[in-house]
Design a protein around this ligand. Structure first.
Ligand code: MF3
Ligand code: CO
Length: 272
């Protein structure tokens, strides 16, 4: 999401049992797409497959009617498919995936009244080493942020961990987009920036849902909108980008990773 006005609202908080179904569904769809999507898939078919699973589950897409300030029109699709120099908010079109393409799948739905939002970056077909490294680095940066999530910590603690880990790995941070609160809707307070000062910003409370979602491009932090669709955020220099996102429930200890995928390797973080 984009940095916006800070809203001071009393948020209704789900129990863990209430929050779990949306997270599990989002995780299962991303795992499924990682399994089946390959060379020759049209991005519209990726969207259609995600849409089919939404209908089958009786879930509700958070994207299809979404029309924020940073999009030219309602999004119109149920999943973001960002390919290569497409970094964020990739709007599906009839592009056909080719061997070696780097694809980010960003997906959010509501199930039983609560939302989960998650992004997974994958390589189609034969990977280039530098793309695998970029994806690993992006996930490592995400887990460094997730490690900070607990009641009493602040969004600045998360942003600082994301930023310093990215810098240590040689990346610059874009400060326009970042993570966000989640609840009955996809984008709620607080904004969870990918930069920050320890102790700064809003304090987290147990039960709250937030996302941590860094995105990295090795050579630039600048994004430009694709004028052809008014949505897709492209890297300013055409380099490839990766994006990773989980939805978390805050607790007094380590957060619950609601969108954790069963078929993922163990994260490279102290969460184990
Ligand atoms: N995870 C992305 C975000 O929070 C999802 C954007 S949805 C879109 O910004 F429809 F705006 F693309
Ligand atoms: Co998000």
């Amino acid at each position: 999401m984009i940095l916006g006005r800070r809203r001071r609202v009393t948020q209704e908080l789900p129990t863990l049992d209430e929050a779990r179904p949306a997270g599990e569904f989002v995780a299962s769809v991303l795992s499924h797409l990682r399994e089946v999507v390959g060379v020759g898939w049209n991005l519209l078919d990726v969207d259609a497959e995600a849409h089919r699973l939404i209908r089958e589950a009786g879930a509700t897409s958070c994207y299809i009617d979404y029309h924020p300030v940073f999009g030219a029109s309602p999004f119109g699709y149920v999943i973001c498919t960002s390919v290569n120099e497409g970094v964020l908010h990739g709007r599906p079109d009839d592009r056909v995936l080719a061997d070696g393409d780097l694809l980010s799948l960003d997906f959010a739905v509501e199930v039983d009244g609560w939302v989960a939002d998650s992004c997974l970056s994958i390589v189609i077909g034969t990977p280039r080493d530098e793309d695998l490294q970029l994806i690993r680095d992006t996930e490592q940066v995400m887990w460094a942020g997730i490690d900070q999530v607990r009641s009493g910590a602040t969004v600045g603690d998360i942003g600082h961990a994301v930023m310093t880990t990215a810098h240590d790995l040689g990346y610059a941070i874009n400060d326009r987009f970042g993570g966000h609160g989640v609840g009955r809707t996809m984008h709620e307070a607080p904004f969870v920036p990918n930069h920050g000062t320890p102790g700064g910003g809003t304090e987290l409370v147990a039960g709250q849902l937030i996302t941590v979602e860094p995105f990295l491009v090795p050579t630039t932090s600048e994004l430009v909108v694709d004028e052809r669709d008014g949505w897709t955020q492209l890297s300013a220099d055409g380099s490839r980008g990766a994006h990773a996102e989980h939805t978390l429930q805050v607790t007094d200890g380590a957060p619950v990773v609601l969108t954790a995928r069963a078929d993922d390797p163990a994260p490279r973080s102290s969460l184990g």
